[in-house]
Design a binder for this molecule. Structure first.
Ligand code: ZN
Length: 280
């Protein structure tokens, strides 16, 4: 994979300056310290957009009936939520749901709505591996990657006045615009890729969250290796999460590099869960 990096990866300081001319705020990404330039948007508006995208997604994809999967996502989600905090999270109302779809995928919307697809459970074998996925997705939301991307799209002329209309009236003149910004495609449930920079950041944030929540951070590496089909004889599900979360050697290498730091967080975690429940 790796041919679909979005335009934001190539956008530089010039973009930030254009953004600021139209009213912007800066943020600092948790753990990475990366400076972010974003359009001004309150946490409430961010949540409002996220909630609408969430409701549309639930209309299109039913919630799973699998009690074991749902319990696992809620158990792990609560543990990750407890350690996740950022500039918008006070306004978030967290929800952790399994969706009935064979796709091996997951996402988190601004406002704290987290979905894991049933298909992902073919690759995550225990709570700790699931925590790597949920931590990564929660990392995108806490770091406000949706707003950051929307800012980039606004600059590129994709959102513009339509967004103001959405926020002002609650009417949705062109839902597709911000669904895109929040990583959901025009066909709801189809998840679009974040930038490479945002992906690496979500990996790092997720790794720290899972460790702080008491899950063995090494499980992130075993999960990604299995997911990429690097386990003996395992076939990779290249059509799903990997199409939106491109995997290269550097990604796993980055996680390995961060392992010493993650282990320190794990050592400080008040309640060690190790790998947690294994369900297969
Ligand atoms: Zn991601």
């Amino acid at each position: 994979m790796g041919t679909r990096w979005p335009r934001c990866y190539t956008a530089g300081l010039g973009l930030a300056l254009v953004l600021c001319a139209g009213g912007c705020q800066t943020g600092t990404e948790p753990f990475t310290g990366r400076k972010q330039y974003m359009m001004s948007m309150s946490a409430q508006d961010e949540c409002k957009l996220g909630l609408d995208a969430w409701q549309e997604t639930l209309k299109a994809t039913p919630v799973s009936n699998n009690a074991e999967m749902s319990a696992a996502v809620q158990r792990v989600g609560k543990a990750i939520q407890a350690v996740a905090s950022g500039p918008s999270t006070a306004a978030y109302q967290w929800e952790f749901v399994v969706l009935a779809s064979k796709d091996a995928n997951a996402f988190c919307l601004p406002g704290g709505k987290v979905a894991v697809y049933e298909g992902l459970f073919a690759y995550a074998k225990n709570d700790a591996e699931l925590a790597a996925v949920v931590g990564h997705e929660v990392g995108h939301a806490v770091a406000r990657h949706g707003v950051e991307r929307m800012s980039e799209q606004q600059t590129a002329g994709y959102v513009g006045a339509a967004l103001d209309a959405v926020l002002a009236s609650k009417k949705l003149p062109n839902r597709e615009l911000y669904m895109k910004a929040f990583a959901l495609g025009a066909q709801y449930g189809a998840i679009l890729p974040f930038s490479r920079v945002q992906e690496y950041a979500a990996d790092q944030i997720g790794l720290m969250y899972m460790a702080q929540a008491g899950y063995t951070p090494e499980a992130a590496v075993t999960f990604w290796q299995r997911f990429a089909g690097k386990d003996a004889g395992q076939k990779s599900p290249f059509s799903d999460w990997l199409s939106t979360h491109p995997l290269d050697e550097k990604r796993i290498a980055n996680m390995k590099q961060l392992m010493a730091k993650a282990s320190l967080e794990y050592a400080k975690a008040p309640a060690k869960k190790n790998h947690g429940t294994a369900w297969k």
